[in-house]
Design a protein around this ligand. Structure first.
Ligand code: SAH
Ligand code: SF4
Ligand code: F3S
Length: 470
């Protein structure tokens, strides 16, 4: 790294909200004249956008900081920035544990980054706010993908799931005006985007703070009318707020993909109550039935927590029974991790690690069996894929995603990322499919007018995904 250079590298942890925030942090740095670097070693600003959803996220951050400090010892001009949920949670603790960090900012003041970096010339600068002042949508954004965009529809969360630290670090729910969302999508289309993913901690309560009634279904219809938009995804709906009008909108809007991520957390009514999830297994199953009746080919995925305080073998059996009944296309399974500022952390009967591990493995084995069976349904079918790039594992193959969010690898036929291919599925596995393109091979075009990148698409931000990222 040359000291006069202004370059940045962002390492992102956690969920899609954080990935999107990193795009904004990158956008602001580029607006200030910084250019992307390919590693922490080469960057004059190294930024960690952090997550604190589970305890191992904390441990990993401090490990990573230690590593960058050793580089900074050799490159004294290097700036280290910590942003995001863990910064919001740990506040001044970061500076006590890692005094060499130059800038700390939280989840509510992304826009302060350029000012805080300038202030850090005079010494460490630190700013954590309690609530977002303005919806961060006006910030410049450096998207990671030319053809896909995250679109924030709400920030924060008004629920109080007893295991979850998100409300404490992301604040109260605030919806963005529908007109602003639609205009942003229209601008993105002009920029070459074909697929958007709507982001909110609880997308189905979107609009409640604007109009008194949730407006998520209306938003889907409004986006269906946007000329040229090919695919809309969203994450995540809360089962308690997922209602018939949203299901109808999903079924009626051709642009909305046939996939829903519906986090269940547990199959036990007793635990769901202790988790404050506001539904029972029976009501959750009603919602699953409602979606499948309206969209028979829908893929359903979920999040499940194993080992919540007080979970008995009978409670866990209820989770296994629910998973067998729903037959999820995929499930992100997590071992319960006590978090500060959450009610569950103070509950009695935390479970021994070995008990949780054994249940976790049993659940993962069951879900893998089910995923194999669910994916096998696609064998011999032709699927429309949105091409994402060259496969990370095999440079001779391309990777694309079906509307149902399944990854498919197929031999490189010259297709470029962000285009659509029809692919015959020839083999299925628990976490991906294989296929062969049935479209005519793409003729080679001059290199300047095409983009043929390996995944990940841009190396300036690296994501260490929490597996809540679907
Ligand atoms: N807003 C999203 C969830 C965000 S957190 C929603 O409600 O769907 C993503 C997932 O992390 C949660 O669904 C939950 O399964 C998991 N999670 C949250 N807190 C956790 C904890 N303390 N321990 C283990 N897993 C947790
Ligand atoms: Fe956390 Fe529950 Fe809010 Fe999701 S809905 S972010 S799990 S409190
Ligand atoms: Fe924050 Fe997302 Fe993690 S909201 S705590 S980065 S899962």
């Amino acid at each position: 790294m040359k000291t006069e250079e202004r370059t940045y590298f962002i390492r992102t942890f956690g969920c899609q909200m954080n990935e999107h925030d990193s795009e904004r942090l990158a956008g602001m740095l580029e607006a200030e004249g910084y250019t992307p670097a390919s590693s922490t070693e080469d960057a004059s600003v190294v930024l960690f956008n952090t997550c604190c959803i589970r305890e191992n996220a904390d441990t990993r951050l401090y490990g990573n900081l230690g590593h960058v400090k050793s580089i900074k010892d050799r490159q004294p001009g290097k700036k280290i920035v910590v942003a995001g949920c863990l910064a919001q949670k740990d506040r001044s603790l970061i500076q006590r544990k890692a005094p060499y960090v130059d800038v700390v900012l939280g989840t509510h003041n992304l826009s302060s980054l350029p000012r805080l970096l300038r202030d850090s010339e005079a010494g460490p600068s630190f700013e954590i706010l309690e609530q977002t002042e303005t919806f961060p949508s006006a910030l410049p954004t450096r998207r990671n993908s030319p053809w896909h965009a995250w679109v924030s529809i709400s920030i924060g969360c008004n629920n109080s799931c007893t295991f979850c630290i998100v409300p404490a670090v992301r604040g109260r729910e605030e919806s963005r005006r529908m007109g602003d969302i639609v205009s942003e999508v229209e601008r993105l289309l002009d920029d070459g985007v074909v697929e958007v993913t709507l982001l909110g901690q609880n997308v189905n309560s979107y609009g409640r703070d604007l109009d008194g009634t949730p407006m998520f279904a209306r938003l889907l219809y409004a986006l269906d009318d946007v000329e040229g938009l090919m695919r809309v995804r969203f994450t995540s709906p809360h089962p308690k707020d997922f209602r018939a009008d949203s299901v109808r909108a999903m079924a009626e809007c051709g642009v909305v993909c046939e996939h829903i991520h519906l986090p269940v957390q547990s199959g036990s009514d007793r635990l769901l109550k202790r988790m404050k999830r506001s539904y029972t297994q029976g009501r959750y199953l009603d919602k699953v039935r409602m979606v499948r009746d309206a969209i028979p080919d829908v893929a359903i995925t979920t999040d499940i927590i194993v080992g919540f305080p007080g979970e008995t073998e009978a409670d866990f059996a209820q989770t296994m029974a629910l998973v067998s009944e729903v037959r999820y296309d995929g499930a992100y399974t997590f071992q319960y991790s006590p978090r500060p500022m959450t009610a569950a952390a103070d509950m009695p009967d935390h479970l021994p690690k070995e008990v949780v591990q054994e249940r976790y493995e049993r659940l993962a084995a069951l879900q893998d069996e089910i995923a194999i069976e669910r994916n096998a349904r696609h064998l011999g079918e032709t699927e429309e894929l949105l091409v994402e790039g060259i496969s990370k594992k095999d440079p001779g193959r391309l990777t694309g995603r079906t509307r149902t969010n399944k990854l498919v690898h197929f031999p490189d036929d010259g297709a470029t990322e962000g285009t659509f291919r029809n692919v015959l599925i020839t083999a299925t596995h628990p976490h991906h499919l294989e296929g062969e393109s049935v479209d005519a091979p793409v003729e080679t075009v001059p290199a300047a007018s095409t983009s043929r990148m390996s995944l990940p698409l841009v190396a300036t931000t690296a994501t260490s995904g929490c597996s809540s990222c679907s």
